[in-house]
Design a protein around this ligand. Structure first.
Ligand code: PGA
Length: 253
């Protein structure tokens, strides 16, 4: 069964005090107002994961995600955090391959394949990001390009392992720009990605895969985006930093 999911990617924002306030507001609003079966994933900065976990222990459908992890389990990698460490503090999901990581930290497809392996081996569900730049979209072959991102970093997985992966389609030109993909543009890509998954893993696995949209998704456009048959939720950046707006997005299904 396909799972509906909304994840908040806080990126490098919020002090601890602000993070605690945002978390408790979101948890309370979700428990009071959300009746549909949707998984909510909060992805705060790594420094707060352990503290915030205590707030989430009693909440039914709000869980924690990290924004990245290293591909190795342990070792001399100053400043990094590994999948077993995240797992040991109660993290359930990890965003991998966000375009900011690819762009600013030089993450490659083969490195992401290793990160995906490490996450899955340690019981974390990857939220695997893919997406094209504006230049690539205008170049015309953007669908094949994004499909290829899945091939390069995920298609070594068995169908059983792949069942724990969430895909997030995030057109780079829409991230943090206020330029959202139209619901038709999102649906076109999501359907093409699902078709690509069906070619590799068969129609049942493809149908069961959660595919999120990300890129300037907000409380105004979420409903139309989530109404598309192949859009199963969102990866929310800027709009996840405000509790009221984020919960309104969660309520958009
Ligand atoms: P945005 O970011 O919602 O601020 O565009 C989305 C993301 O980068 O995950």
């Amino acid at each position: 069964m396909r799972q509906y999911l909304v994840a908040g990617n806080w990126k490098m924002n919020k002090t601890l005090h602000e993070a605690l306030a945002l978390t408790s507001e979101v948890v309370n609003m979700i428990s009071d107002e959300v009746t549909t079966p949707v998984t909510v994933v909060l992805c705060p900065p790594t420094a707060y994961l352990s503290t915030l976990n205590r707030y989430l222990e009693t909440s039914r459908n709000v869980v924690l995600g990290a924004q990245n992890c290293h591909e190795k389990a342990a070792g001399a990698y100053t400043g990094e955090v590994s999948a077993p460490m995240l797992q040991s503090i109660g993290v359930s999901y990890v965003i991998l391959g966000h375009s900011e990581r690819r762009q600013y930290f030089g993450e490659t497809s083969s490195q992401l394949a290793e990160k995906v392996n490490s996450a899955l081996t340690n019981g974390l569900k990857p939220i695997f990001c893919c997406g094209e730049s504006l230049e690539q979209r205008e170049g015309g072959d953007y669908v094949a390009l994004v499909q290829n991102q899945l091939t390069e970093s995920l298609f070594h997985l068995s169908a059983e392992a792949f069942a724990n992966v969430v895909i997030a389609y995030e057109p780079i030109w829409a991230i943090g720009t206020g330029l959202t993909a139209s619901s038709q543009q999102a649906q076109e890509m999501h359907a093409a990605l699902r078709g690509h998954l069906a070619g590799k893993y068969g129609p049942q696995v493809a149908d069961d895969t959660t595919i999120l949209y990300g890129g300037s998704c907000n409380e105004k456009n979420a409903q139309e985006l989530f109404a598309q048959p192949d859009v199963d939720g969102g990866l929310i950046g800027g709009a996840s930093l405000k509790s009221r707006e984020f919960v309104n997005i969660v309520k958009s299904f």
